[in-house]
Ligand binder design. Structure first.
Ligand SMILES: [Mg+2]
Length: 232
């Protein structure tokens, strides 16, 4: 009989540090800038990395300004990041936790962000081989993404598991925790190591964990196997 419990995971800053994707994109941009405009790649990379602290979200503009790139460079470099094959590896801890959980749970991924970019991350990390369903949240329902109910319910549909028998694990208090709570899932909040200044506690979290390593025990407490007896 199919397992009737599921754990769903967010991707960025839950299963791997998003910063690694950002760095991977910066390396691709630095290589492109060297090839196209003869700016030494190390200098371009240094500009990008230092711009993270001073001008987060505007790193490419800073790069263009500092190295006298033409105005058209920024949209071109946005495409370089979007289309590059990310140089990413899933952290050992994520690998071992997903491997262990898969024996007793159905597993899924529900990720926000442009579906084409997220799909490249998923392939690079190999996550698709470790879970039973991958949902690109902006590709379902009206395309609003998490915290909209549609992507959560789509994952349940693909896994054949009720929302009430599902635990959601994510770093974002609104998109992950509040969104999953609203459709009746149990929630585990795993605050990102680098929390934005505006981060607030996830009030709807059933459990707060400090590490992915704590997820199997927490999920089992939230949805013990005996749970099945009550709904049979
Ligand atoms: Mg996240």
């Amino acid at each position: 009989m199919a397992e009737r419990r599921a754990i769903l995971f967010d991707l960025d800053d839950t299963l791997y540090p998003l910063e690694r994707f950002v760095m991977s994109g910066f390396r691709a941009v630095a290589a492109a800038v060297e090839a196209r405009w003869r700016v030494p790649r190390a200098a371009a990379l240094e500009t990008l990395v230092s711009a993270v602290a001073s001008s987060r979200g505007r790193e490419l503009q800073v790069l263009a300004q500092r190295h006298d790139l033409p105005a058209a460079a920024v949209p071109e470099l946005v495409d370089v990041i979007r289309l590059h094959v990310p140089d990413l590896r899933l952290p050992e801890l994520s690998l071992s936790v997903l491997g262990a959980l898969r024996r007793d749970w159905r597993l899924g991924l529900v990720t926000n962000g442009r579906p084409d970019i997220q799909a490249r991350k998923v392939r690079a990390l190999g996550v698709h081989r470790l879970v039973d369903a991958v949902v690109y949240a902006h590709a379902v329902g009206n395309g609003a993404g998490k915290p909209d109910a549609a992507p959560f319910l789509e994952a349940c549909r693909q896994l054949g598991v009720a929302a009430e028998a599902t635990v959601f694990v994510g770093d974002d208090p609104d998109c992950d925790v509040a969104g999953a709570h609203a459709v009746g899932m149990k929630t585990i909040w795993l605050p990102a190591r680098v929390a934005p200044q505006s981060a607030r506690p996830a009030e709807q979290a059933d459990v707060i964990v400090a590490s992915l390593a704590d997820v199997p025990a927490a999920a089992t407490r939230l949805l013990a196997p005996e749970w099945r007896a009550h709904v049979a």
